[in-house]
Design a protein around this ligand. Structure first.
Ligand code: 5RP
Length: 234
């Protein structure tokens, strides 16, 4: 008997079915993306589906290569048809917190280059207010990190924790930067204002708030079923 699918696996497999022949894909990062890549690779192999992917991290690049998914870069393909990624939180207005895997900067650049962005989530990721169940990741430059952290805590009225690796040293992103994970006592009341404030702080490379970058949410449920939510047109 095969093992039951997790909610993330259900979401990843459903998102892979949205891919069409000839697409340039943004390939996100994380454990839900892993299920998407596996399902996409099966379609490439069995259906002869032709796609090319822009990976958002070194981890995704290596994994896609192993799975036989052809890769490109934004330098070669600046117009991405469809970006597919995970998220840490999604609010009712399709706004996201991302960066749990530390790839937020590249993920945001790729999402912003895409005609359509599909976000896959497993259960437990929908929230009424961002910043209530997950700390907000902010990528900062190592230079001046203590000063940048102080500014973030002051302007964001939050507590910022430097992300560490398993060896106890600072976690380094693919861009050679640090991540601060920021705790907001009552969540983020106004994500637009907060995003602007935090983005203006020198030393901040990217903020893990993705405010107008998600068109479709593919939500896997614990029973293996999937719901697809489309953002209403403005
Ligand atoms: C990586 C991300 C991921 O998409 C996010 O952390 C969700 O990860 P997972 O699918 O493993 O739950 O933003 O930077």
């Amino acid at each position: 008997m095969s093992a039951p699918r997790s909610s993330k696996q259900a979401a990843g497999e459903a998102a892979a079915r949205l891919v069409k022949n000839g697409m340039v894909l943004g390939l996100g990062t994380g454990s839900t993306v892993e299920f998407f890549l596996q399902a996409l690779a099966r379609r490439v192999e069995t259906e002869g589906l032709q796609v090319i992917g822009v990976p958002t991290s070194q981890a995704t690049s290596s994994r896609a290569e192993e799975l036989g998914i052809p890769l490109t870069t934004l330098e070669h393909h600046q117009d991405v048809d469809l970006a597919v990624d995970g998220a840490d939180e999604v609010d009712p207005e399709f706004r996201l917190i991302k960066g749990g895997g530390g790839a937020l900067l590249r993920e945001k650049i790729v999402a912003a280059s895409a005609k359509q962005v599909v976000i896959m989530i497993g259960s437990g990721k929908r929230v009424a207010r961002l910043g209530t169940s997950f700390l907000l990741p902010i990528e900062i430059t190592p230079f001046g990190q203590a000063a940048t952290r102080r500014h973030i805590e002051h302007d964001g009225k939050c507590k910022a924790f430097l992300r560490t690796s398993d060896d106890g040293g600072a976690f380094l992103t693919d861009n050679g930067n640090y991540i601060l994970d920021c705790k907001f006592d009552k969540g983020i009341a106004n994500p637009v204002t907060m995003h602007r404030k935090l983005s203006e702080i020198p030393g901040v490379a990217e903020v893990g708030l993705f405010l107008d970058l998600c068109d479709v949410v593919v939500e896997g449920r614990d029973d293996g079923k999937v719901e697809v939510h489309k953002k209403p047109a403005k």
